[in-house]
Design a protein around this ligand. Sequence first.
Ligand SMILES: Cc1cc2nc3c(=O)[nH]c(=O)nc-3n(C[C@H](O)[C@H](O)[C@H](O)COP(=O)(O)OP(=O)(O)OC[C@H]3O[C@@H](n4cnc5c(N)ncnc54)[C@H](O)[C@@H]3O)c2cc1C
Length: 314
Amino acid sequence: MHMDLNTVVELRDARERGTWRPGDAWLGGGTYLFSEPQPHIRRLFDLNRMGWEALRPTPDGGLEIAATCTIAQLSRHPKPAGWTAAPLFEQCCRAFLASWKIWNAATVGGNLCNGLPAGPMISLTAALDGVCRLLDRSGATRTLPVGDFVLGAGVKDLRPGELLRSITLPGRALARRTAFRQASLYGLGRSGALVIGTLDPVDGEFALHITAATVRPVRLGFAVPPNAEAVREAVEHAVAPDEYFDDIHGLPAWRRHMTLRFAEEVRRELVEPDRSVEPDRSVESGGPVEPVGPVESAGPVASTASDTTEEAGR
Ligand SMILES: Cc1cc2nc3c(=O)[nH]c(=O)nc-3n(C[C@H](O)[C@H](O)[C@H](O)COP(=O)(O)OP(=O)(O)OC[C@H]3O[C@@H](n4cnc5c(N)ncnc54)[C@H](O)[C@@H]3O)c2cc1C
């Protein structure tokens, strides 16, 4: 990846203290920062020498993911047998429209801080009750759920000079059963709709997590298993028409359609497994096609040709 950022006058080590100025930005993997002009940026603070351990277990059986952990590291990390939610990691890592280079350089923290609706690390960590730990220049920390951190397309709750240090997934969330559906408008496209269902083995709560289709992550919890109508109503009620994202990767009407369809599919898979129609794993789950990571041209594919092309209108 090569890009001349000719407005950037300094590249600094993030360990250095100093005053945060307008035009300063944190540098994660640089896959977004170096992919397009950044006329407002003057100084970059490189987080890569912070020496943060990429992944570490927490006392409650959960997982702390450092902001600088790459997509490749997260994908490769061994998942203990008790993590019923383990498949979700790979499904989300592969929902990334990513070349080999990006897969190895892009960081989980950079994905959250970019705040794109199609940020698959937002989908993953929001669905597993991830909690963001933020660090300001004085060393003070604050924590907030991923769903409260990402507030809109590219909008996040990050104050000037504050950085995302880590995301912690509680052990309880990792024990949940999960179901995953994702669609892109075209074969190598960015996610246009991504729906994750989770079922908690302790209290039986079924939850739906909508990302990519919407400008922000949406979570819907059901204390008792809902029927199809209840799910549909809940989605329609929770997502206002103008909250369906509109860009080159999909029209709002198509994103809404796919969201409703996927919501019903994950409901069936988790609460009515006998009636559920198994998706074609190689297509709907975005992989894995081969175990070592995506090759240069590989990427997630559209869920079904008819839905993705005809109804998209693009
Ligand atoms: C070909 C291509 C395909 C892509 N596909 C996708 C896709 O499918 N989905 C998607 O979401 N993105 C996609 N991206 C965009 C980008 O690669 C990802 O969002 C990636 O995860 C960003 O991570 P990074 O570590 O490279 O972030 P960087 O580029 O280093 O930074 C991204 C932003 O986050 C800030 N930042 C980074 N780390 C921190 C931190 N710890 N604390 C505070 N701020 C921080 C930076 O200042 C910057 O504003 C794609 C990019 C390319 C070039």
